[in-house]
Ligand binder design. Sequence first.
Ligand code: GLU
Ligand code: ZN
Length: 292
Amino acid sequence: MVEKNPSYRGRLAPSPTGYLHLGHARTFWIAHQRALAAGGALILRNDDLDAARCRPEFVAAMLEDLAWFGFRWSEGPDVGGPHAPYDQSRRHAHYAAAFDRLRAAGAIYPCTCSRKDVQAAASAPHESPAAPGVGDEPHYPGTCRPDHLAPAERIRRATLPRAGVNWRFRVPEGETLAFADGHFGPQHAVAGREIADFLVWRRDDTPSYQLACTVDDAAMGITEVVRGADLIRSTFRQLLLYRTLGAAAPAFFHCPLVTDEHGVRLAKRHDALSLRALRAAGRTPAALRAGW
Ligand code: GLU
Ligand code: ZN
């Protein structure tokens, strides 16, 4: 049940790396219904930070497919709004300002490990109970934490510019992180065990998903984040960022992942289940939603 709350602000945040499929639509529909039931607003955000994988034709397709399915939003890349721009690729200054705050707070440190180094040193990622089979990011062992470095190296790294090196958030070792999920109930994770030092900024001078998502949800006044259960682990990371940035955290509602008849998670490779393909095959949104 969602209580009437005109100040409710929800969001849809697709990444235009492929065509939207029925799994996205299912999660988004829950977000849409919750915003509607509250009598609040729904914001569309274009999560197009990954320049190598995002494509303009997928952005166009996403807008078209969402509208066809029956989604309506009051702010977004196509309609604008008080928090424009709604494309992450155009919000670099917001992320850079957050980076500066994190650095000034001593919450992040540069990491010179390659992806290979991290994979070699990492223990296998734990899966989240709510999203079995979905691996989390590799567990970074803290190799580049300042207290693990020789003093001279520590001083050298303390003055590094933002670009050219990866930056990680230092998690508060041993602290139990908790939040009440709107769907799954109370969630807990121990920092340093389930949640390791995570990436906030990449050497190519772009923010990580964790930082961009937190900065935007805070800046856009989102009051409830509705998304797939594969992101429950990320919520703990984002809560640490909210706290360090001095921003109020929204409520979180994670949706069970949609699987196919073999129990395999719907992903973009299930092309027959893309909204485009379903539409071309003559399926209607009302019929697709019938079982929901
Ligand atoms: N663009 C992200 C994704 O598609 C959104 C994640 C989120 O809702 O926080 O995975
Ligand atoms: Zn490192």
